[in-house]
Structures are given as structure tokens and as C-alpha cells.
Ligand binder design. Sequence first.
Ligand SMILES: *[C@@H]1O[C@H](CO)[C@@H](O)[C@H](O)[C@H]1NC(C)=O
Ligand SMILES: *[C@@H]1O[C@H](CO)[C@@H](O)[C@H](O)[C@H]1NC(C)=O
Ligand SMILES: *[C@@H]1O[C@H](CO)[C@@H](O)[C@H](O)[C@H]1NC(C)=O
Ligand SMILES: *[C@@H]1O[C@H](CO)[C@@H](O)[C@H](O)[C@H]1NC(C)=O
Length: 254
Amino acid sequence: MMFGKTTFTLLYSIANLSLVVCLACTNCNDIVLSFNNPSELPSRCDGQLVETDVCQVVFRTNYVTKEIHMNLTGGSDEIGNYRLELAVQNKFDEPKMKDVNITYTCQNSFDCAKIYYLLTIQTLIQNELILDKIEEEIFDPTVVNVQQCSDNQDQPVTCQNGYGCHGYEIIENDQIDFEGECRNDSTVTIFPRQYFRITLVQGDPPLSSDWNHFGFTCNKQNLCNSRQQIKKIVKIANDFYPWELIPPNSSTNV
Ligand SMILES: *[C@@H]1O[C@H](CO)[C@@H](O)[C@H](O)[C@H]1NC(C)=O
Ligand SMILES: *[C@@H]1O[C@H](CO)[C@@H](O)[C@H](O)[C@H]1NC(C)=O
Ligand SMILES: *[C@@H]1O[C@H](CO)[C@@H](O)[C@H](O)[C@H]1NC(C)=O
Ligand SMILES: *[C@@H]1O[C@H](CO)[C@@H](O)[C@H](O)[C@H]1NC(C)=O
């Protein structure tokens, strides 16, 4: 069930090997794969190699349509050995959306972006169960109103016609911050009514600028966005994809 700590460790060890100066990467666009057969790339991609500085894969895993859309390319970005940008969302209200988008760039071994995809995809598909577990933890479709939410200082506040409590944890430059508030129909926000979202940006030093974020709106019970509750959910979310670069004394290590 756990997302491969092993996978990540393996990638990390690959990342620590000495740099390959010129790289060969698969260059193949507009690939569509189904969850039934996610590892079998179309034969038109066979041997489509380009020589570049970095390999890149962009793929969108859609848990509603059970499809993966992917582009494999080469590029010339300034990166460390690798860089990962990951965004997961689960939007409970209609239209339902549940997907994860990943951009992974690397320059440490032959066709490394394709290898990353092949090592990762099966776990991402299996880990849909973890996204469902988080949903169950924060969302109750039968609840119409919440009375109390936690504020930015983790103090209870009374909501007026609140449909949910909003909360997030953000980690940036090794600093952790939490926020919380009530949401009602007059709250103007770009976010869906009921959702959660995980955003991770990770790379290796010295070029990394890591950025990790977990945000959600919940209605399961009063104070469902308390700091304690946020930490509990982040811990579950950590099983979806490991937030490896968070400092050891951070909240997720409780
Ligand atoms: C792949 O590239 C095409 C343009 O070449 C773009 O329209 C499409 O959105 C890209 N797909 C992904 C998954 O990034
Ligand atoms: C993934 O990308 C698609 C297409 O750009 C977008 O509609 C969707 O909202 C993205 N999902 C996340 C979790 O960012
Ligand atoms: C929403 O909440 C705010 C602040 O708690 C309050 O001022 C406003 O009247 C509420 N809106 C509705 C429609 O109840
Ligand atoms: C982690 O520990 C360092 C040094 O011991 C300290 O400066 C930092 O504030 C701590 N961070 C958190 C989130 O507790």
C-alpha cells in the first residue's frame, strides 16, 4: 500500500551517480494508456530517442476516466539531477474530479524520465485507495452545515451558514505554516466547494526550491480543520507520495 519508499530511494541513488553529460531520451508525444495496461507504451515510441541535456515526462493520471495521458521529451533546462512537480486533486462535488499530474525532469541516466514513469505508475494507480481514505476522513455528503471551524491561530470560531471549514499546511524553505477559516456561500474563492489538493515541488540541492502544500475544505465534523486534524491528514497523504525532503522535526514526523 505504501508508495514506494523503495522506489524513491532507488531514484535517489540513481540521482547520486555521477552526471552523464549527454543523454538519450525517448521523444514521443500524445500517448494515451489505460489503467489496465499502464506500462505498455505504443510501439510507435520504440527507439524514438533524442540526444539532449535532460529527459522529461509529463503525465496526467485521471482516476475518473481510468486513463493516463503522457508526453515524453528531451530538453535543456537548468536542473539538479532531478526535479519533480506533482499535483493531486480530489474534488467531491460535481463534476467529480480525481487526478494527479506529474512533471518529472532528470539528467542522471539513460531515458531516466521514462524509467521514472514505469517505476511509479502502478503505485499511483493502487494509491487511489489513499485518496479515498482522505476523502472519507474529511467529507460527509449528508452534512449541509458546520457550526465551528478553527481559525489561523487554531482557535474555534463560529461560522454563519458555513458549508465547510478550510484548512491548509504549507512547507516552504523548511518553514511550516497552517491556516484555517469558515467557508460559506459569500466566501469568494477560486477553490471548489469540497475538495482536497496536494502540491509538491521537489528537487535536489543546490538548485532545489522545495514547496509542499496540502489544502482542503471539510465538513465531516465541527473543527475538522484543526491543526491536529490537518497533521493527521497530511500523514495519510504522505503515504500517497513521500514528502521526503521535509525536515525531520516537522509535523509529519509525529
Ligand atoms: C502533450 O503535448 C501536446 C502538444 O504537443 C499538448 O497539447 C498536450 O496537452 C500534452 N500532453 C500532456 C499530458 O502534457
Ligand atoms: C491536471 O491537468 C489537467 C489538464 O491541464 C487539468 O485540467 C487538471 O486540473 C490538472 N490536475 C491537477 C491536480 O492539477
Ligand atoms: C458568511 O460568513 C461571514 C463571516 O463569518 C458573515 O459575515 C456572512 O454574513 C456569512 N454569509 C452568509 C450568507 O451567511
Ligand atoms: C527544526 O529544528 C531547527 C533547529 O533545531 C529549528 O531552527 C526549526 O525551527 C525547527 N523547525 C520546526 C518546524 O520545528
